[in-house]
Design a protein around this ligand. Structure first.
Ligand code: AMP
Length: 468
């Protein structure tokens, strides 16, 4: 199978091949023909599966086949994304893949000057990539018309709901023509997502692909029991012994800033990315990381969402996420595109519940490692659940091979207990999350909880991308 056999025209095949891709990913193989046939599509896929090209390529083909004269401020295809970073990345793909087509595109998102965005839209665009809040601002200021939209793409629909965008999305839907092609992508398919899909899509082709296997199997997971107050010292030492770049997850924005500052004091080049940073700061942090100018990017879950970094060797959970599924999303940032990856979690005694929930979701226990470098007194707190962990297997891990300080700790097996789900703290860089969102979150949570019935880490991953 190649890009020609799935229906792409020659000019697009040439462009794709110039970017180095000759074989469509599973999501592309399924979505390209469906979209080209003009059908609505409902796809379970997350970042890393090649989904952006999966909707961008056929969208470019359809739009150039029916090229019409653009009226001022008009938009022919609208791509909605939850975060600014994702909007920027999707637009980059539109520019890359659309090089050989004479189509106009623009990207709009909050946190930056609106004037250049107004100018970009003045004469109309074929493709507009937008975050919902800024799009509505531009609409209210009469800078954009949405009555000629032929194709609507809703990217990362689950995150849109998580971030409280449901009302904005409904308002945008009311501004669009009734007859249009709808493409909806979501990593998870909970009840609220299905409800939304029913409102948006008409007899959609349903596509359900697991993320690339390399992503699932190539990630080693490790856990260190570290007291809360020793985590920064631990991480500084740990990272000093690592040449690899690391994406470090912090649960809070304040925590991310504090950690970044401390890492810098320890001579580790680090920057933070979260919703309280200006767009320019966020773009710079990401760029510095991608171009290897900083070793560590400290991110909150939402800010990290959609960030596509190839060849990322190490992900660190400085705090465990409140929602177990986020653990899977976090560690899926490494081990991509055929590379191997390491996911390290620092767990303090107060994170017992989150750890249980994660291990229940994974249906496996994360190997516990012993810390062998000196963090001063109270090196590690009494392990959270050391007794709950199976003895680790004796073979040396990747990390041990690279870092002689680490060795796997021994523990006793114990029955796992299901963890209670807590509500995710709201972080919203675009708009404040609405209170109506709480219900959606709970429903989403209950939909996702079904995933725990499946077993194995691969299946836990897979279940996240499956229609429930
Ligand atoms: P996405 O899921 O859209 O975030 O894409 C994830 C990564 O896969 C990006 O770095 C793409 O450049 C890359 N990619 C897209 N299509 C292909 C393909 N057919 N083969 C290999 N990599 C791809």
């Amino acid at each position: 199978m190649n890009f020609t056999t799935i229906g792409l025209k020659q000019s697009l095949v040439n462009t794709v091949e110039r970017t180095g891709y000759t074989i469509p990913t599973p999501i592309q193989a399924a979505s390209v023909p469906a979209i080209l046939s003009g059908k609505d599509v409902l796809a379970a896929a997350q970042t890393g599966t090649g989904k952006t090209a999966g909707f961008t390529l056929p969208m470019l083909q359809l739009l150039s086949a029916s090229k019409t004269q653009l009226a001022n401020k008009q938009v022919r295809a609208l791509v909605l994304t939850p975060t600014r970073e994702l909007a920027a990345q999707v637009h980059e793909s539109v520019l890359t893949y659309g090089k050989g087509e004479s189509l106009k595109s623009a990207v709009v998102f909050g946190g930056v000057n609106i004037s250049p965005q107004r100018r970009a839209l003045a004469e109309g665009v074929d493709i507009l990539v937008a975050t919902p809040g800024r799009l509505l601002d531009l609409y209210q200021q009469k800078n954009v018309k949405l009555d000629a939209v032929e194709i609507l793409v809703l990217d990362e629909a689950d995150r849109m709901l998580d971030m409280g965008f449901i009302h904005d999305i409904k308002r945008i839907l009311n501004l669009l023509p009734k007859v249009r092609q709808n493409l909806m992508f979501s990593a998870t398919f909970s009840n609220p997502i299905r409800e939304l899909a029913k409102k948006i899509c008409h007899q959609p082709v349903e596509i359900d692909v697991a993320p690339r296997n390399s992503t699932l199997e190539a990630i080693s997971q490790q856990l260190y029991h570290v007291g809360k107050e020793k985590k920064i010292a631990f991480l500084s030492q740990y990272l000093s012994g690592h040449a690899d770049q690391a994406l470090v997850f912090s649960r809070t924005k304040h925590g991310a800033d504090k950690l970044t500052k401390k890492l810098k004091q320890a001579n580790i080049q680090a920057s933070a990315i979260h919703g309280n940073k200006s767009q320019n700061q966020r773009t710079k942090a990401l760029q510095d990381f991608k171009e290897n100018r900083v070793q560590v990017l400290v991110a909150t879950d939402i800010a990290a969402r959609g960030i596509d970094i190839d060849q990322l060797a190490l992900v660190v959970n400085f705090d465990l996420p409140q929602v177990a599924e986020d653990y899977v999303h976090r560690i899926g940032r490494t081990g991509r595109a055929g590379a191997t990856g390491l996911a390290v979690s620092l767990v303090s005694p107060d994170e017992r519940k989150q750890l249980r929930a994660i291990e229940t979701l994974l249906k496996q226990q994360i190997p516990v490692m012993e810390i062998e470098f000196d963090l001063g007194e109270q090196l590690t707190q009494a392990p959270v659940s050391e007794a709950e962990h199976k003895p680790a297997n004796n073979s040396r891990s990747r990390h041990q091979r690279r870092n002689p300080h680490a060795r796997q700790a021994q523990g006793n097996p114990e029955q796992k207990r299901p963890g209670k789900r807590r509500r995710r703290p709201a972080e919203n860089s675009q708009k404040p999350g609405g209170s109506g969102n709480a219900k959606a979150k709970q429903q989403a949570a209950s939909g996702q909880r079904d995933n725990t019935k499946r077993s194995g880490v691969g299946q836990a991953f897979q279940s996240l991308f499956r229609f429930n």
